[in-house]
Write a protein that binds this ligand. Structure first.
Ligand SMILES: [Zn+2]
Length: 288
């Protein structure tokens, strides 16, 4: 039997899972991510892989990472886990484990997991969206990832929504991420109210004039961002993941905002909440 071993390398935890060929979970483990120490991260991933594979020799190994792997250099780029940036994580792990590895970023793994085991199982062209600390996306066509010539396929979080808008860590201004990520929504709340509050608190306090303004801006930016994606990709379904995917109004007023901005007189693209939650990364890694 060919088993599938997946590892999700997150900012706070590393999770590993072993599936049999029918995608049944055989074993699952999670450990804290060593803080800003590349060698310790390598050691942790290796020991998890060796532990879960101790009773099987025949398995595929996929890893879900924060950030993308540069097609030119093989090095990690665009990662918010800083000690990974500029490192050849894939090659270093392959040498350490003496095994071939498939590696993709978390948004791609999310999209692949939802397209193969989750809410988008019955759809051909899936656009998976991560809305959380950052804004990412992944494209899956007929159960295969479309990562693109430059490995940035689906990265709608860094397309420009407002020229000369908010500065972004990527070096540009006005990126989608600087308007509808969790931290940027909290910043906009602070600018409107003078108060610094976490997103759940903000969401329970928007039934007033200022709250409505905040929400309207959010819906407009969400709408233009995803309408642009639909105009170019026209996916069969959009699946939302990440912490903000729990916000109910994104599936009602948010969807209407998107529809009103798409270049078509009729549109019914489903915008659905994910099914796998936090587990999408590690299941997606298995599917690579
Ligand atoms: Zn950016």
């Amino acid at each position: 039997m060919l088993y599938k071993l997946g590892v999700d390398l997150g900012g706070t935890k590393i999770e590993a899972i072993l599936l049999d060929e029918n995608f049944v979970v055989i074993e699952r483990k999670r450990i804290p991510t060593p803080k800003n120490d590349y060698d310790k991260i390598l050691d942790s991933i290796s020991s998890l892989v060796l532990d879960l594979s101790k009773n099987t020799s025949d398995f595929t190994l996929g890893i879900c990472t924060p950030g993308a792997i540069s097609k030119q250099t093989g090095l990690i780029k665009n990662s918010n886990t800083q000690c990974l940036v500029g490192r050849s994580l894939k090659e270093d792990l392959e040498n350490k484990l003496d095994k071939k590895i498939s590696m993709e970023n978390d948004a791609n793994c999310f999209a692949l997991a939802e397209a193969t085991l989750g809410v988008a199982l019955d759809f051909d062209l899936v656009f998976g969206v991560i809305l959380g600390t950052g804004v990412g996306g992944g494209i899956v066509i007929d159960k295969n990832l479309h990562s693109g010539r430059t490995n940035i396929g689906g990265e709608w979080g860094h397309h420009t929504l407002h020229r000369n808008g908010n500065p972004c860590y990527c070096g540009k201004t006005g990126c989608v991420e600087t308007y509808i990520s969790g931290p940027s929504l909290e910043n906009q709340w602070t600018m409107l109210t003078g108060k610094s509050q976490p997103l759940p608190e903000i969401l329970s306090n928007i039934d007033n004039e200022i709250g409505k303004k905040w929400k309207t801006n959010f819906l407009e930016n969400f709408g233009y961002g995803l309408a642009n994606v639909i105009d170019i990709l026209d996916p069969d379904v959009i699946v939302l993941g990440g912490g903000l995917s729990n916000i109910d109004f994104l599936y009602t007023e948010g969807k209407e905002s998107v529809y009103s901005k798409v270049f078509s007189d009729s549109i019914d693209t489903p915008i659905l909440q994910n099914k796998l939650g936090d587990s999408a990364g590690v299941f997606g890694a298995c599917m690579l």
